[in-house]
Design a protein around this ligand. Structure first.
Ligand code: UD1
Length: 417
């Protein structure tokens, strides 16, 4: 199994190109089932994307991936496809469940493996199924699979999600695109990645309107040859911004859309992080006198749970007590015991972490437990004294494109062994 060896306390300096958003590309790839010829640009070359492409191929779509151009062409000219998402693909990547809506909408039936639990929480799919049932799907769960059918096609409906889910909102939109009549969905997630999906669907000709958390979709005929550029990965951007604040003389983050993380920029500025925000770049500098802060993760426009582990590293360097309340996932502090082994002073009570800073971090052997927890260990290792060995880094490869290459180019001492 591969590991990362990181020698800390090296001052970074240079440029990093921010990749396209993984969480935007995944539902858009699922949406290509609905179309016949789609080109997607700015696609991040990470393992979750390769898994989604494998899944599309398993279903019967064809794709041509240009690694050099970070673009992929997806072609679906099949009247009959294999409307199945097997366990072996969905178990490694929960977003596999996003093919359920488009398969059901276009081919009237789908068999998709239940994703099962995952390290950060139970992560059920009840909200996905709730929406599909409202659109007239018949759903049965058997042998670890969701069997969904709508023999006469889906029907538009008006409903409200009992709680907010990014994936369930995406699945519902993708199904509603081909449901007869009009669908009005309330209490939707409104993350920038959902907006990107909506913009993609509009290019296809879908009539779709949003107002606050309400989304209205009208059935549309949508077979067009289109090309779409994925938005920048706001979580990768936030991760390197925090990295720069911790350890860079000057780090220039390029190809970015700063408006996607306006609130996070404000929070970092409040903490004393020095940066210069341009139209499509952000420069960040190692900041002294970091101030403590209290944060709560929440659905967008709240603070993203996907940046919670990373900002915690900055909090270990802030003066005084900082708090983070994790309101999205029930078990998303798995990085904390590892950080404590590096010398961090953190206590967890219920769903809140109390971080006492500033504190000195030492290199240690640690274990990555999920995608964002893993990258927080990389950030900790960059400021730690001596060497940190990070085990189980396959999590990082699921979601961060060229992480070591990007950091090594900026003088970090990182080796994969
Ligand atoms: C997406 C992101 C993930 C991010 C998360 C929250 C992708 C590919 N992944 O995951 O990086 O951390 O949003 O911003 O875009 N829930 C239910 N029932 C359901 C679905 C969800 O109870 O049917 C719960 C979850 O357990 C969780 C909360 O709702 O507590 C939010 O999850 P959700 O927004 O669905 O996350 P994902 O779409 O899986």
């Amino acid at each position: 199994m591969q590991k990362l060896l990181i020698d800390g306390k090296k001052i970074l300096s240079g440029n990093i190109n921010i990749s396209g958003s993984k969480n935007s590309a995944l539902p858009i790839l699922a949406a290509t089932i609905l179309n016949n010829h789609t080109t997607i640009k700015n696609i991040p070359l990470v393992n979750d994307i390769l898994t989604m492409l494998n899944l599309l191929k398993f279903i019967g779509l064809k794709y041509k991936l240009s690694k050099k151009k970070n673009s992929v062409e997806v072609i679906n000219r099949n009247k009959n496809v294999n409307t199945v998402a097997p366990y072996k693909l969905v178990k490694t990547m929960r977003a596999g469940v996003l093919v359920l809506g488009p398969l059901l909408a276009k081919y009237k039936s789908a068999k998709v493996s239940l994703p099962g639990g995952c390290a950060i929480g139970t992560r059920p799919v009840d909200l996905h199924l709730f929406a599909l049932k409202k659109l007239g799907a018949k759903i049965k769960i058997k042998n670890g699979y969701i069997f969904a059918s709508a023999t006469k096609g889906l029907k538009g409906a008006k409903f409200k999600f009992p709680s907010i889910s990014v994936g369930a909102t995406e699945n519902a939109i993708l199904a509603a695109v081909q449901a007869k009549g009009i669908t009005v969905i309330d209490n939707c997630a409104i993350e920038p990645e959902i907006n990107d999906l909506i913009n993609f669907l509009k290019k296809l000709g879908v009539k779709i309107k949003t107002k606050g958390r309400k989304i209205t979709i009208q059935r549309s005929v949508i077979e067009k040859k289109i090309s779409h550029k994925i938005i920048c990965d706001r979580i990768e951007l936030g991760t390197y911004l925090i990295g720069g604040a911790l350890v860079a003389k000057k780090l220039k983050l390029k190809n970015v859309e700063p408006n996607l993380i306006k609130k996070e920029i404000d929070i970092l500025k409040k903490m004393g992080v020095k940066m210069k925000v341009g139209k499509n770049f952000i420069e960040v500098y190692k900041s002294k006198n970091i101030k403590n802060i209290n944060i709560e993760t929440n659905p967008y426009p709240g603070f993203p749970t996907d940046l919670q582990a990373q900002i915690m590293i900055l909090m270990t360097q802030a003066k005084g007590l900082s708090k983070i309340k994790e309101s999205i996932f029930e078990n998303r502090f798995m990085h904390v015991p590892e950080l404590k082994r590096m010398g961090a002073k953190i206590e967890i009570r219920n769903n809140t972490a109390y971080i006492f800073g500033p504190c000195f971090l030492n290199g240690a052997e640690v274990m990555a437990t999920d995608l964002r927890a893993s990258v927080s260990l990389v950030l900790a290792a960059l400021i730690a004294d001596k060497r940190t060995k990070i085990n189980r880094i396959y999590h990082l490869d699921r979601g961060y494109e060229d992480l070591e290459k990007k950091l090594v180019k900026c003088r970090a001492r990182i080796k994969r062994v």
